[in-house]
Design a protein around this ligand. Sequence first.
Ligand code: ZN
Length: 312
Amino acid sequence: METKMKGIHHITAIVGNPQENVDFYAGVLGLRMVKQTVNFDDPGTYHLYFGDKQGSPGSIITFFPWDGAHKGRIGGGQVGTTSYAVPKGSLSFWENRLEKFKVSFSRDERFGETSLVFNDPHGLQLELVERGSGKVNQWTAGEVTSDSAIKGFAGASLLSANPELTAQLLIDVMGLEQIGEDDEFIRFKSTADIGNIVDLKKEAVARGRMGVGTVHHIAWRAEDDSDQLQWKEHLEKNSYPVTPVQDRNYFNAVYFREHGDILFEIATDPPGFSIDEAPEELGTKLKLPVQYETHREQLKQVLQPIEVRLLD
Ligand code: ZN
């Protein structure tokens, strides 16, 4: 096995009201809702997935909308900022778009790249940065067309409770390459062309608190089931306890907590989101795993109705 991690598969966060979540990620950011399902461990809440047109690994952000739940605090043991890659030359389009939807933002500069920094409606920290790499996203939503559409993750910043050990894991175990360092961050790169940059905050960060507006975990890509098992063995050999494989319907997942307290997952690229819906219908209906199909009517009464709306 090549012990070099490809990149980020998905990022999962806890947010508030589900319709506000859909309006922001589909309506404002122009992502495609590629799946509406329920939290397999808690089927009375949604699990919503947004990504590029195909729902490609490296573009997927997923949400547990816990409407009315307590607010979290972003801090150590979490992803800090989720960073999205937009096409070269599109940042001014995004500035105008954020202004149009009254999303306040600031400009930041890191490792020679300018980014737009803002929060989603529930406090999750996001960033848009121009990147040349990554496939063009053909999904259009209102004024967001392929010239400007988010291609996937640029990467993420990690807030570790123990940055030294997190860096060791990224380099020695996961095979990422250190490509930069400034006063605040060390920058690492993985091999994929999207979701391939991680900025690790050098200073240990006081523990955050899980809740609305925080990232729950970050998932990395395995090519298939056998690649995933090899990663599991490789991590266990390096003294990271890894969970058994869990069937998440759209991928298989294993989880481990790294020594800086951040929850990592390794998820398989296949089978993907077309396993239970035609590619042109992704995200249009509530999809349930077999074990909950018999409870569909009860679940529909608990889950608030949501719709993807054009807000332009
Ligand atoms: Zn996950």
